[in-house]
Design a binder for this molecule. Sequence first.
Ligand code: SAH
Ligand code: SF4
Length: 402
Amino acid sequence: MSIALDLDHASHPARASAPARRSLVGLSKPKLREALAGIGLDEREAKMRASQLWNWVYFHGVTDFERMTNIQKGVRQTLADHFLLDRPEIVSEQVSIDGTRKWLFRFRDPQNPRLPPVEIETVYIPEEDRGTLCVSSQVGCTLTCSFCHTGTQTLVRNLTAGEILGQILMARERLGDFPAGQRPADGGLVPSGESRAITNIVMMGMGEPLYNYDSVKDALLIAQAEDGISLSKRRITLSTSGVVPQIEPAGREIGVMLAISLHAVRDDLRDMLVPINRKYPLKALIQACRDYPGLSNARRITFEYVMLRDINDSDADARELVRLLSGIPAKINLIPFNPWPGTNYDCSSSARIEKFADIVNRAGYASPVRTPRGRDIFAACGQLKSETERLRKKDREALAGV
Ligand code: SAH
Ligand code: SF4
């Protein structure tokens, strides 16, 4: 690896000596103004240019300063000399038989071009009434939930706010969501009654978003901003395995919808399935949910519950789940376990899932069973892992049950 990088450097001697340009993607408006002041723009101009840049980058999806026609040529050149608006490189783009798309994105660190690049996965799930982008917050995950493929990945680092937004911007580009964009040839991707393909964002890709709080916060505030990507905070959901101390700040400062990866209703079992439970047990987690800022019947918490055969799927578990959540405005999302190579778990049978759902329904909860999407391209919940196993087609089909 180092030889390849050295060769790369040697063939670009100019790049080795030039100061690294800094990416502007992911900077909040005040930080953007500061960056512009840092290259000598006075306060008034920095403010104006920050607004113009914001609109070009987030509303129009422009990546080249040259295309910013309301900024004078000389200023465009100065910006290009100091800054980047880079997006990730697309390593692969796969489309499932059900229309789900999965991208493997590669990021390089412009400040440290000698560092090896990192790769993460982002998934787009089109449905009749919505189009959801499942975004990653980390490369891998430091947590080791025993049923999750991402948790087996050893290479872990936080993504920057720019890299989190880079996934959204690149997906919007590929789906033709920018004003001058091109829709993909297969069409039919824009949900009915909507003007764009991506209507919702879920932080449910790789990583634990609350272990990368500052970057996730910056990125999600930018995704909400009205003069840019402009997604309502009701249409953004952050999923956590239960990093209790960060739950209240997330509600107060980011204000998005909350999902909790519950998966077990007893501490002894949850300690095994979701090991962060040893640090923040159920009692503390449920209390943090009760205290979530803005919680109401219109803004419910989603509790995710992966259905694992003979592990957490009994009638008694279902009854305890209902008891545990009583009084919390909640939705319960039952997720059929998605298998991956080497896992010891099986998915509960359909009959078992139905019986479980029935108990939950009768207690008054809507408990949709999440239909696995994109299994044939290994894009379903918990299957993401960037050292993407090169499964043979036959094995993939066997896993997808097609
Ligand atoms: N780290 C965060 C968000 C990413 S995981 C979290 O854990 O909440 C998104 C969801 O997929 C979580 O509820 C996770 O528990 C679930 N999941 C992980 N592996 C899965 C698998 N193999 N099958 C089904 N769901 C899985
Ligand atoms: Fe990490 Fe979430 Fe997977 Fe647990 S379920 S290992 S927290 S990504």
